[in-house]
Write a protein that binds this ligand. Structure first.
Ligand code: NAG
Ligand code: NAG
Ligand code: NAG
Ligand code: NAG
Ligand code: NAG
Ligand code: NAG
Ligand code: NAG
Ligand code: NAG
Ligand code: NAG
Length: 418
């Protein structure tokens, strides 16, 4: 009897426990976490054989699944792509890719039919984390980049591109040596990037850190960017962006633009760029628009705040006469309208005597540009200077350099950037 009771109890313990697990699974069905390990889909993980098939199978399985799903990329070296991970994944609430490996790109440019190496397209609820690395292997292709020299060129592939994704979180991920940009965020809504490390040599062409375009509600925070072109470049059609707690440099700084090159461009509105260190870069914070733009867009409500410059060639620069090639054709003024721009708490050193350059459009002078608490010195300790055209900035707090004089020559830089 006593034995029977114990037996019944044991049966119950195991069955009831089993039921409890099963019930939990059932009750939480939409939120159940299902894991797909790329290791179970025939990847070689030797860094030489192309693992694209295995990755695609894992993605398809995850995307067809439901609730919270996870793709595990274990420690190892993978060779991948070019590859497109596309949605929609209709029954998936979040799709987490836990990347703990090193993923290498092919160096055969003939394999790339689009402008990206790894593309995530049309998916909602994507999460990428894990501390892994995307290695674009750009060292062997940078010399084939003609875009740094001429206007009509075939751009090399971006390492990681997000296009039309909603509710995306990318954190604790590293990108090295992209062929072109490290990351591009195009047409995305609600994008969060944090604790990213983006690295390429100072001399690598067009290796922008993060390029943003046509996106809304974006936050890029706590990120280190050492690269050859803009740390962050903000293209047309963006609204409601926060860029904060970034270490930038070497590179070309944080740039809005270039804008006003194409007729399809849209406005840029509502940007906060704050709490940033910019070290040894060509520009610090910049807005640049093309001369003779085919369209009249608006760039408005932009705040640059609490930024420390160390030995930056152009710490603060608005350049509405952008023309990287000697002859840009007709020299009509830029039609891009700049307004409500605040530079607040910008300090440190300039690598050139001119620390502040505000060259607005003769056709559409900048409106409501404010300089507040600015303290920029030339790197040797001397006072720096400021040049202005077609702008009447307002000043508050201590502003050094303050007196804004007309430029002696136009400022257009001679390298083509994106
Ligand atoms: C999503 O779930 C619905 C209902 O369970 C099902 O009919 C449909 O086939 C699922 N879609 C996909 C892509 O799995
Ligand atoms: C990943 O694997 C490499 C070599 O196989 C090893 O050196 C490294 O410590 C591993 N990293 C982690 C985080 O396990
Ligand atoms: C993202 O959101 C926009 C606006 O709500 C919507 O038009 C678009 O279809 C969504 N994209 C995806 C992949 O769900
Ligand atoms: C910028 O540099 C200062 C001084 O080295 C440091 O305290 C601060 O944390 C840095 N900012 C970021 C975003 O890392
Ligand atoms: C300016 O942009 C900020 C940040 O995106 C936003 O909160 C604010 O509402 C905008 N102000 C106006 C007047 O549009
Ligand atoms: C300025 O930015 C630094 C990070 O570079 C941050 O530690 C500090 O708290 C910020 N200061 C203010 C007043 O926001
Ligand atoms: C400042 O940057 C220039 C290059 O732009 C470099 O030659 C110089 O050594 C740097 N100075 C300091 C003090 O870091
Ligand atoms: C000027 O721009 C600031 C933001 O930098 C904004 O708060 C203010 O309302 C604007 N002033 C006018 C008169 O539009
Ligand atoms: C800094 O350099 C400028 C330009 O070369 C020179 O005029 C100035 O005297 C220098 N200042 C110091 C403190 O060395």
């Amino acid at each position: 009897m006593a034995q029977l009771k114990v037996f019944a109890l044991l049966v119950c313990v195991s069955l009831c426990a089993f039921n409890a697990v099963a019930d939990e699974g059932k009750a939480a069905a939409p939120a159940k976490s299902t894991t797909f390990n790329v290791g179970s889909y025939g990847v070689k993980a030797d860094g030489k054989n192309d693992d694209s098939n295995g990755f695609l199978k894992a993605w398809e399985a995850a995307c067809k699944s439901s609730g919270k799903v996870k793709i595990q990329i274990p420690n190892g070296t993978y060779k991948l792509g070019p590859i497109v991970f596309s949605g929609p994944c209709p029954n998936v609430t979040t799709l987490s890719i836990v990347h703990k490996g090193i993923i290498k790109a092919s160096t055969n440019l003939g394999k790339y039919k689009t402008d990206a190496w790894i593309e995530f397209s049309g998916v909602t609820g994507l999460r990428i984390s894990g501390g892994g690395t995307f290695d674009g292997q750009g060292e062997s292709t940078w010399s084939q980049n003609s875009c740094s020299k001429q206007k009509n060129c075939q751009a090399l592939p971006v390492s990681v591109k997000f296009i039309n994704t909603n509710d995306t979180v990318v954190k604790k991920i590293k990108s090295i040596n992209p062929k072109f940009f490290h990351m591009a965020v195009i047409g995305c809504q609600k994008f969060r990037g944090s604790s990213l490390t983006l690295e390429a040599p100072e001399t690598s062409p067009n290796t922008d850190g993060i390029h943003l375009e046509k996106s809304t509600d974006v936050k890029i925070t706590d990120t280190d960017i050492r690269t050859g072109d803009d740390c962050i470049s903000i293209g047309h059609g963006n609204a409601d962006l926060v860029i904060a707690r970034i270490n930038c440099g070497p590179g070309h700084g944080i740039s809005i633009g270039s804008l006003g090159k194409y007729a399809y461009e849209k406005d840029v509105k509502g940007l906060v760029i704050r709490d940033i260190n910019i070290t040894g870069t060509l520009n610090g914070v910049r807005i640049k628009t093309w001369e003779d733009s085919p369209v009249s867009t608006v760039v408005a409500n932009i705040t640059f705040q609490n930024i420390t410059m160390k030995n930056v060639s152009n710490p603060i620069i608005i350049d509405q006469m952008y023309c990287p090639w000697k002859n840009c054709g007709t020299k009509a003024p830029s039609k891009v309208k700049l307004s409500d721009i605040l530079f607040n708490g910008i300090r440190g050193t300039s690598a050139t005597p001119v620390a502040v350059t505000l060259i607005c459009s003769q056709g559409y002078p900048c409106k409501n540009v404010s300089l507040k608490n600015i303290n920029l010195k030339y790197i040797n300790g001397s006072d720096a200077t400021a040049v202005c055209a077609h702008v009447n900035p307002s000043y508050s707090g201590t502003v050094l350099p303050k007196t804004c004089t007309a430029p002696i020559t136009t400022v257009s830089s001679s390298t083509n950037e994106f």
